[in-house]
Design a protein around this ligand. Sequence first.
Ligand SMILES: [Fe+2]
Length: 231
Amino acid sequence: MENDKYPFVNLPLPYAYDALEPFIDAKTMVIHHDNYLQAYIDNLNNTIKDFPELQALPLEDLIKSSVYLTDNLRIPIQNNGGGVFNHRMFFHGMQNPMEIKTEGRIIDMIEAQFGNMETFYRIFKAEAMRIFGSGYTWLIYDNGKLKIVTLPNQNSPLLQNYCPILNLDIWEHAYFLKHYNLRSEYIDDWMRVINWQMADQNYMACLEKSAQGNEPSAVLMRKKNKFFRNA
Ligand SMILES: [Fe+2]
């Protein structure tokens, strides 16, 4: 992804603020992107401003490596780095409903594993409904299978070595202006603007990483000593 290293900047949305109307309203998109994501970006930049070794890392590596850092870095990197990664994926995971094409290998895989799209939507929604407080529901790839998982706050699936495909922001700021407290209606509306082509790209990237047999934990261990000198 563009701008995946320090200094992080708030890239424009890949569509107009009102592109997701009537399902996700323009005012929510303005505040969500320009205010909330901007704050995560500012806080992440500020957190690593004195650490060149951390600044050199792509965002995904920065998040994964945070587990080896002391709390004063680990906690703000996981909160704000997660906030940047999660929001970027969420925003790119939606598109104008007139442009949606529900096709691709991700759709084939969902139908093979869940039976049909309706069953997938039902299970995904049930997961999203059960989040207590704030968090995200994720479609991830793990060990040859798709999984639907929920994670609180800005926790990253990267920390569990999951490969993310699609995510749904369940923080109230994502829907309160239009849907008030009606999370169920928000989830139904989000399902009408899912960018399946982007999800397909993410899925193909997950397959590629899996085929390369990368060992993130081993990579992280090699980085560990380097970070401890600076943190
Ligand atoms: Fe959000």
